[in-house]
Design a protein around this ligand. Sequence first.
Ligand code: FAD
Ligand code: NAG
Ligand code: NAG
Ligand code: NAG
Length: 445
Amino acid sequence: MSYVTFNFLLPVIIFCCGIWYFQTKDDIKQQYRTCVIGAGYGGLATARYLKQHGVDFTVLEAQRTFGGIWRYRSADEENGLPPFTGVYKNLRTNTPRPTMEFADFPFPDTTPSYPHEYCFYKYLRKFTKEFDLEKYIQFKSLVTSVKWAFNQWKIDYKKTDTKERYSVTCDFVVVAIGHYNQPKIPIFKGQEIFEGQIIHVQKYKDPEKYRNRRVLLIGAGPSGLDLAIHLTNVTSRLVHSHHLHYRQPKFGLNYVKKPDVEMFLKNGVVFKDGCYEEVDDVILCTGYEFNLSFLDKSCELNATTRHVVPVYQHMVNIRKPSMMILGWLHQAEYAVALIAGKFQLPSLADMMQSWLKHVTALYAEGRKIDDANLLFDDMDQYFANIAKEAGITRVAPVLTIIRDYDANYRLEDLLNYRDFNYEVLDQYNYKRWYEPSNRSCDINI
Ligand SMILES: Cc1cc2nc3c(=O)[nH]c(=O)nc-3n(C[C@H](O)[C@H](O)[C@H](O)COP(=O)(O)OP(=O)(O)OC[C@H]3O[C@@H](n4cnc5c(N)ncnc54)[C@H](O)[C@@H]3O)c2cc1C
Ligand SMILES: *[C@@H]1O[C@H](CO)[C@@H](O)[C@H](O)[C@H]1NC(C)=O
Ligand SMILES: *[C@@H]1O[C@H](CO)[C@@H](O)[C@H](O)[C@H]1NC(C)=O
Ligand SMILES: *[C@@H]1O[C@H](CO)[C@@H](O)[C@H](O)[C@H]1NC(C)=O
């Protein structure tokens, strides 16, 4: 090799090694203005606004792709990671799509009113593509710790494939890990002697597994009710233990409602009414809980499986107000307005005051601290408040009206509520009509 070639190649080699070096070891900068944890619906919405405001940021996502709970995977793909998605085959949303849309990014008019899980996922993909967000996301990056040190956030994460550990520092952190990642699993008397299989609904994927089996469903939240519909004509017997008062529809002939579980025996279950049922499989539809255990105590939050306090406007960590924890769709714009300096938070003392007022009102209504992160009848007022404070778009009152209507109607007509279509007419009014959906998902991506 002549010197000429060598001299010519050297910069190429250095350049290529440089690329290699930056892509493998240090493709990550060490320092960002903002770190977002989670690339589900909430993280993606946040990323869009951060980009729009020109804020320097990165998104750390544990899975190898975005979409959060809406990216259904078969269980064998999970690869040792927590499943992170409770979505199952043929799941349709239980809320009409206008209430789930990103601002200024409507579904095509032709989309079903209650889209299937894959349709919603395609919607998230289209959004991510439209705003070119994927390049800001670091995949396979499981956050293991968030600490406050030297006036900055230090975030440790682990690459889920190579197991290598990294850290970044950020001025702001937005926690968008969702509230439906960690199953809530009660323990029942005698369950250790039960010989059938007990799973949480987060692991349920496909009704076929239960064909001609005797199945017990425990719980009648959204998942319990939905599985009753999915399983009634598949199982040989479907026992549904719950204490919800609602207009129970005519499920199949094999469906039987039971009160709460008293105890498990070898081949079945005794209920509080003293009756016994033999069952093969049990699916716990017992809900989800928080797991914010990666927040170090230097974050100065009290985070349990049921609540995270004290927070201002249901999201800002009062003692460390450069941390936001997203709970609902529609909070992202507020969080980013704060980061971008579009408005100032009240003083710590005033935020604490407003927090105490919230908690006092809660107790006055006979509620407990575990209800502190929930919005009851005041959702629309909440949207009005955050819009006013941050100077952001106000979530139209009609969306809360639709959401409330749907939530009540669902319990009146469980089998058919998804056969209604909704169209928003203006800030306060909507149109609703019967249209059994044979629409297909029209999102091309
Ligand atoms: C079965 C089911 C059905 C639902 N149906 C509806 C519905 O019909 N309508 C509705 O409005 N809502 C529904 N929800 C609520 C749903 O959670 C929201 O619609 C929405 O997906 C929440 O988005 P998110 O971004 O907050 O959370 P997620 O979608 O859960 O996304 C969180 C992301 O954070 C990542 N993550 C978690 N921990 C870490 C970590 N330590 N490090 C890095 N990344 C992490 C996860 O991998 C995930 O990608 C449903 C929930 C479930 C479980
Ligand atoms: C179960 O099957 C019957 C008979 O085919 C049908 O009428 C009913 O709607 C089905 N129930 C559900 C919940 O799918
Ligand atoms: C919460 O998640 C961590 C991993 O981040 C896990 O080690 C821990 O067991 C979980 N907590 C509970 C209560 O399951
Ligand atoms: C958490 O709650 C406990 C008991 O309610 C209280 O003593 C403690 O000070 C709280 N810690 C923080 C950081 O708020």
